[in-house]
Design a protein around this ligand. Structure first.
Ligand code: ADP
Ligand code: MG
Length: 351
């Protein structure tokens, strides 16, 4: 078992693209850690640099406290599952799983034993003699995971492990991956562009943009207190309300209301007020507006309110009567959930 430490890491491609840009990161032993960010932000490059498949231009990679920056992939103690699984099409499931052992010239009996044991843990027992072409997407994914687990590495690196699955299988695979990781207590770094997946699975998340980390925290921290407006925009199934405001006295003038201000700022300072729809209830009091859209979500409804100088999206509470388009209603932020961002986009505080 081992943690991963990254210090001042940069990876520059020969064409000059700085895909990882002076990045610091610590993954704790046994942790399930997510690298989250939009396409092209450098997630795969970072993972490949940890694995040793890309050479770091600057900085260090430590695994289990050991500096592996100049080591070959094979000696780093990592196993990586690629986005497209990269299974060998001409080998059976059993041969695919046992491949890392074959490379190490383990005895045939041992190869079969490990393949059978790992396959059983991943509900693949009945499929050991099939080839990848005869498997569903989910089965291929489990085979790729089984092969990575059979490496008996210290650190498991997964690049978009669930991205090729359809929505329903993805939910199943998510639960399964979490259970497997807990059982093995294997330090795992997984890459995803799907914020919901990162929030659901990870112990901690690093939100990346342009080769750097914008925020590192628990799913709760990243969801409730996004460090800047980029993270605020990126995280959440429904986009956060982000509205321009101006400091007036000890409040913020915004959407026709004077809202509390969590920082001491000069009169006239422009700020951005942020509040998640999940923390904005549609009620009889609060910021006045008129209902323009109602979307039924099952237990609650997502309600769009046209307010003076802006639009707010909030939620009804369970059992609340569904508002109708045209109703005059109010949006009421939950205590502590009104966020205030400065002109530079950085979080000033919450109130
Ligand atoms: P992500 O996995 O977050 O989508 P990548 O790590 O694949 O991002 O890519 C980060 C940046 O590096 C992108 O601008 C991409 O175009 C560039 N890039 C990726 N691989 C290479 C490569 N082999 N050569 C040159 N540029 C690359
Ligand atoms: Mg990628």
């Amino acid at each position: 078992m081992a943690g991963v430490e990254i210090g001042g890491l940069s990876t520059v491609y020969p064409n000059g693209v700085r895909a990882v840009d002076g990045l610091d990161l610590g993954v704790v032993d046994g942790e399930l850690f997510a690298l989250l960010g939009p396409s092209g932000c450098g997630k795969t490059t970072l993972l490949r640099t940890i694995a040793g498949l890309e050479q770091a231009t600057d900085g260090k990679v430590l695994i289990g406290g050991r500096d592996v920056t100049r080591e070959q992939p094979g000696s780093r103690g990592v196993a990586m599952v690629f986005q497209d699984y990269a299974l060998f099409p001409h080998m059976t499931v059993a041969e695919n799983i046992a491949y890392p052992l074959r490379v190490r010239r383990a005895p045939k009996a041992r190869q079969r034993e490990v393949a059978e044991r790992t396959a059983a843990g991943l509900s693949l027992s009945g499929l050991l003699d099939r080839r990848p072409g005869q498997l569903s997407g989910g089965q291929q994914q489990r085979t790729a995971l089984a092969r990575a687990v059979a490496v008996e590495a210290d650190v498991l690196l997964l690049d978009e492990p669930l991205s090729n699955l359809d929505a329903r299988l993805r939910l199943e695979a998510r639960t399964f991956l979490k259970r497997l990781q807990r059982e093995l207590a294997l330090t795992t770094v997984f890459v995803t562009h799907d914020q919901a997946e990162a929030l659901a699975l990870a112990d901690r998340i690093a939100v990346m943009e342009s080769g750097r980390i914008r925020q590192l925290g628990t799913p709760r921290e990243v969801f409730q207190r996004p460090a800047d407006t980029f993270v605020a925009n990126f995280i959440g199934s429904t986009p956060m309300n982000l509205l321009d405001g101006v400091v007036r006295g000890d409040g913020v003038e915004c959407v026709g209301a004077l809202l509390p201000l969590p920082a001491d700022l000069a009169d006239g300072t422009p700020v951005v007020v942020g509040v998640r729809p999940e923390y904005l209830t549609v009620a009889a009091e609060g910021i006045a507006g008129r209902v323009s859209i109602v979307e039924n979500l099952g237990v609650t409804s997502l309600v769009t309110l046209e307010c003076a100088g802006g639009t707010l999206v909030g939620l009804t509470v369970p059992e609340q009567e569904e508002p109708a388009v045209g109703d005059a209603l109010h949006a009421c932020p939950a205590p502590g959930r009104l966020l205030c961002y400065g002109e530079d986009g950085l979080l000033l505080g919450a109130v």
